[in-house]
Design a protein around this ligand. Structure first.
Ligand code: ZN
Length: 505
């Protein structure tokens, strides 16, 4: 394009931003005949200089000179400085376009150029190709031009132009093709359950395994209470092992954050921050804005071990992410919305001395135990779907039974909505979760009177998951009562209410 003697061109690239989210990067160039001068704006000066030096040298080695030209380049879009060397190739392509060379790539196909140049005009082999391809796909690019390794883990080769090993090759019609469509998750549900059946990890009681299935397959948040050595952390690992297989989109998002692991199956993230973690490290922040633990746990499990040891402001800050699965960060003029769709599990001692519920004698009074639990939960009281007290149990539930609960719950969530799968814990329209009869309806109102709407909704969603585990069409009284057994709000306020039957199976 020529405007008033000025040659203009623009190309697109894609890089991770400081927060790890994918970013479209626009590179513009304006060029005219005149005093030789070269500017690159939009990047730190030292970075801009090194890119320009490499690109001009690589172009010269390819036989292309920029003599007698005034060139202004602009890079638009925030990116992580660690990846900015990959802007060499798009900068070179933009310059070539402004010089009148045709734009490489399929006509009409939105193409991202990504690659670092060697001084002789070769495009360096792309590190982390899977991550780059997943990112480009999430941003809606049809193809990526870069120098790819022969095979990319998790990526099938098909029909998009992609391979380019040198600037000369930009104009060659023959390129190897790479598609970004086929990221795969290598873990299948049956294999996870099979492995589980033989693992000593899974030796938990009926109640604990019900909670584990609701937490993993229904995405309900869980606080696990019990004395040291009762298996709280082990249960969190059980829940992680039972997480549903990631779908295609989740695979791409997971791929963005995980270092490439040659040929390995995509596993959901498992984050376990230490209790000394700061608010910024937990939810994100800083300048430029970086992702926190909740975003690192996106599509995976966040475990807070010893919940009572975490700082109050940190727990407070978890309210928004746990509610809305996103976190808003603003710092000065920077604003960012980071995703954090996660499974949440926390563990804690059940009383100040830690022995409540164990064979050892607890020295705390009933009042002190209640107060401790209420204070520990504090800000998260109405964000937890389940509170489970782990007892040493002689009876262990069979994995075949667990598998039935699991499959029932997953299938019900899949069948319930016409527009696709939804975890019960995420459903906003809780009124659609109907009780079997007006008697159960009335009991729900009576028992939950005085609780916040948020807490009521959580109980109802959990009851729906419990009903789903049994394959029930409506929530029956027994499902509601079982859900209530996992809520401390009810335990704390109606301890004396003895109407709840205890299960013997
Ligand atoms: Zn105690």
């Amino acid at each position: 394009m020529t405007l008033a003697g000025m040659h203009y061109a623009s190309v697109e690239s894609a890089l991770p931003g400081s927060s790890g989210l994918p970013r479209v990067i626009h590179i513009e160039v304006a060029m005219k005949i005149g005093i030789p001068d070269f500017h690159l704006t939009g990047l730190a000066p030292s970075r801009a200089r090194s890119i320009l030096d490499r690109v001009t040298c690589a172009l010269q080695m390819t036989g292309i000179r920029l003599n007698h030209r005034t060139v202004t380049l602009n890079v638009e879009g925030e990116s992580d400085p660690r990846f900015q060397d990959l802007l060499d190739l798009p900068v070179a392509v933009a310059l070539l376009q402004a010089l009148g060379y045709p734009l490489p790539g399929l006509p009409g196909a939105r193409t991202a150029f990504i690659g670092k140049l060697a001084l002789d005009g070769q495009v360096r082999l792309l590190q982390m190709p899977g991550r780059i391809l997943a990112m480009a796909d999430l941003l809606g690019f049809h193809s990526v031009l870069s120098h790819f390794p022969k095979t990319v883990p998790g990526i099938a080769h098909s029909s998009c132009p992609g391979q380019i090993v040198s600037l000369n090759a930009l104009f060659s019609p023959q390129r190897e093709s790479i598609s970004v469509r086929e990221l795969e998750s290598g873990k299948t549900r049956s294999s996870a359950l099979d492995a589980a059946a033989n693992s000593s990890r899974f030796r938990f009681s009926w109640k604990a395994m019900r909670a584990a299935v609701a937490a993993s397959a229904g995405r309900h948040s869980l606080l696990c209470l019990g004395p040291p050595g009762s298996g709280k952390t082990t249960l969190a690992h059980v829940i992680y092992d039972l997480l549903p297989v990631a779908n295609a989109r989740e695979c791409r998002e997971i791929y963005l954050r995980l270092p490439e692991s040659g040929g390995e199956a995509i596993r959901r993230p498992f984050r376990r921050p230490h209790h000394s973690v700061t608010r910024v490290a937990m939810i994100g922040g800083g300048s430029p804005i970086r992702a926190g633990e909740v975003t690192e746990a996106h599509n995976g499990l966040l475990l807070l071990d010893e919940l009572g040891e975490f700082r109050r402001d940190v727990l407070q800050s978890l309210r928004e992410p746990l509610d809305s699965q996103i976190v808003h960060i603003s710092r000065g003029s920077d604003r960012e919305v980071l995703p954090c769709s996660l499974w949440f599990v926390a563990t804690a001692n059940a009383c100040p001395c830690g022995m409540f519920g164990s064979a050892e004698i607890c020295k705390c009074s009933a009042g002190a135990v209640r107060q401790y639990q209420a204070r520990m939960l504090g800000a998260l009281q109405d964000r937890m779907d389940m509170e489970l007290f782990l007892e040493n149990s002689e009876s262990v539930v069979s994995m075949n039974v667990v598998q039935v609960w699991y499959e029932n719950l997953m299938q019900s969530q899949k069948d319930r909505w016409e527009d696709g799968f939804r975890y019960n814990a995420e459903v906003l329209d809780v009124e659609s979760f109907l009780f079997e009869d007006s008697h159960t309806d009335g009991e729900f109102d009576r028992i939950t009177a005085g609780l916040s709407n948020r807490k009521k909704h959580r109980i109802r969603r959990l009851a729906r998951s419990i009903a789903d585990m049994s394959g029930a069409a409506w929530i029956q009284m027994e499902h509601l009562l079982e859900a209530l057994r996992y809520t401390s709000a009810w335990n704390l306020t109606s301890q004396e209410n003895a109407k709840v039957p205890s299960r013997s199976d």
